[in-house]
Design a protein around this ligand. Structure first.
Ligand SMILES: NC(=O)c1ccc[n+]([C@@H]2O[C@H](COP(=O)([O-])OP(=O)(O)OC[C@H]3O[C@@H](n4cnc5c(N)ncnc54)[C@H](OP(=O)(O)O)[C@@H]3O)[C@@H](O)[C@H]2O)c1
Length: 502
């Protein structure tokens, strides 16, 4: 039986008119994610009216060339294309360079546009540019007066910062310092689009809106937690970024840490952004310091040549732009502990890698075995303990595995899975992760974004690990090459078989 609560109960949050300014608008993120997300919001009637979108960048284009380029690059699955001309009428382009004069010109242009379209001085600045430009743009916006707010409910300015947010603790602190020189924390939206996926958000609802799981959600009943973000794809044409980042910066500091935090956090006092962020931060603060000498585990790997879905693929070192002797890890398995009452000595296994057999994103909560094995005489020791899986990919689903008896006279147990698959039970339109974060920024809701203290603590935890890993000797000794299309280096296969999908 399904019972659906009304979800548009008052107060209904309205989205105020605004202008969305995208820097780096000629790039990949804009055409592949941001514009399709805004277009889908438009199709669902969720964009404010009026709204203006202004692409900015060094490339020389006029409005119509920019609109044509965006239309040509819409992803194949884009629906509602008939609405494109109406949507595109609100899309503009302004060529600029990254200096004060150009930004003062932008300020004038935006003021004029405001007068024309009635966006009431509300502005979102989205930094879809390489990370070196984040501090540059924040400073130029500040100096050009574009970070200032009117102090009223209207005339606000917000800034969206993409990942990577720094490359270690020192750089994230210095980026925060520049942002906070010109913007208040409430104006800053540090994106982690993983958080906007329905199942990820549902983790909180599942844990805190159901009475039956929370009493079991601790070290007394849970043996371990596995968090897996496996990718079939290699690095494609992102060598410039990936060679420096590697899997730890690319996945662990942000996405994996957020999944860990949502699984492990205490119930917040209220379901509002501040209370949730407070609890998330406490989890990161409670992470046991990582050391490679005290039994903490870190396995690093890099894909070599192999095959995916029967097709041969090249190794990482042969990818365009990668050094032939690169020691950048494309796979990591990390065993972490949270030093608090709830989680003492429960291992959290975080795994992410490229060129694994298939794309899979999931949180596995493995419960302990029953305390007394009543059926040992007939079944031996092989009774699987309960397992809860929160899956984001390939399906958005929640699955619970438990034991049942097979029909018949003999005692024969069968592990069954009870599952809830989103798309089977929900027929409405869903928001893609980028659409969701853009919409949340428009309404000023920080729940799905990183707060300054969380991001710095996450880097404070990871930076010493990175420092160890980046010692040449450590890397040369520890980095294991795994054939593309396998579940990482051989030494992790036994553990992987406990946490990945069969
Ligand atoms: N692409 C993704 O799927 C993705 C996913 C997650 C996070 N991100 C992050 O989002 C940001 C944008 O990603 P992207 O893939 O769109 O980047 P991109 O295509 O490499 O660059 C975006 C635009 O930035 C401008 N640009 C590049 N280098 C510049 C420089 N040195 N100085 C000034 N402008 C420069 C270029 O536009 P002009 O030449 O016209 O100025 C370029 O079209 C990056 O920080 C990336 O890490 C991207």
């Amino acid at each position: 039986m399904e019972f659906e609560h009304a979800c548009d109960l008052p107060p209904v949050v309205t989205v105020a008119p605004c202008t969305i300014v995208i820097f780096g608008a000629s790039g990949d993120l804009t055409s592949r994610k941001l514009i399709p997300a805004l277009f889908s919001l438009y199709g669902q009637g969720k964009l404010p009216d009026p709204v203006a979108i202004v692409g900015c960048g060094r490339s020389m284009m006029n409005d119509s060339q920019f609109r044509e380029k965006l239309f040509a690059q819409l992803p194949a699955e884009t629906t509602g294309r008939k609405q494109w001309p109406d949507f595109a009428a609100g899309v503009h382009y302004r060529a600029l360079t990254y200096d004060l004069q150009s930004f003062q010109g932008l300020a004038g242009f935006l003021a004029e546009l405001d007068r024309k379209v009635g966006a009431r001085g509300n502005r979102i600045f989205d930094l879809a540019v390489p990370p070196e430009l984040y501090p540059v743009i924040a400073e130029l916006l500040g100096e050009a007066g574009l970070a200032r707010e009117s102090g009223q409910s209207e005339g606000w300015a917000r800034i969206i910062v993409e990942k990577p947010f720094g490359r270690d603790l020192a750089s994230s602190i210095s980026l925060n310092a520049i942002l906070l020189k010109y913007f208040r924390e409430e104006q800053i939206f540090r994106i982690d689009h993983y958080l906007a996926k329905e199942t990820v958000q549902n983790t909180l609802i599942f844990r805190f809106a159901n009475a039956i799981f929370e009493p079991l959600w601790n070290r007394h009943h849970i043996e371990y937690v596995g968090i897996v973000a496996a990718e079939e794809l290699g690095i494609g044409n992102r060598a410039g970024y990936y060679e420096d980042a590697g899997v730890l910066r690319d996945m662990f500091q942000n996405h994996m840490m957020q999944l860990l935090v949502l699984t492990a956090m205490e119930p917040p006092a209220r379901f509002d952004s501040r209370s949730v962020q407070d609890e998330k931060t406490k989890v990161i603060q409670s992470l046991r310091d990582f050391s490679t000498t005290d039994g903490s585990r870190l396995d690093l790997g890099q894909y070599g040549p192999g095959s995916i879905n029967g097709q041969p693929v090249q190794g990482y070192r042969a990818e365009p732009g990668v050094r032939p002797d690169s020691t950048t890890p494309t796979f990591a398995l990390m065993e972490l502990y949270i030093d608090n009452w709830r989680w003492q000595n429960v291992p959290f296994y975080l795994v992410s890698g490229k060129r694994l057999p298939r794309k899979q994103t999931r949180i596995v909560v493995q419960f302990r075995e029953v305390p007394h094995r009543l059926f040992r005489d007939v079944l031996g020791d092989n009774i699987f303990a309960n397992r809860l899986t929160i899956e984001t990919y390939p399906e958005e689903a929640i699955r619970l595995t438990f034991q049942t008896k097979n029909p018949g006279t003999s005692v024969c147990l069968r592990a069954m899975t009870m599952d809830f698959v989103y798309h089977e039970h929900y027929r409405g339109t869903t928001l893609d992760a980028y659409a969701r974060v853009l919409l949340d920024c428009m309404v000023g809701d920080h729940m799905l974004f990183w707060r300054q203290d969380g991001i710095e603590q996450s880097w404070a935890f990871l930076t010493p690990v990175l420092e160890i890993c980046e010692e040449c000797q450590y890397r040369a000794q520890q980095l294991q090459i795994y054939p593309a299309g396998t579940w990482g280096p051989e030494q992790v296969h036994a553990l992987m078989s406990r946490i990945k999908d069969e």
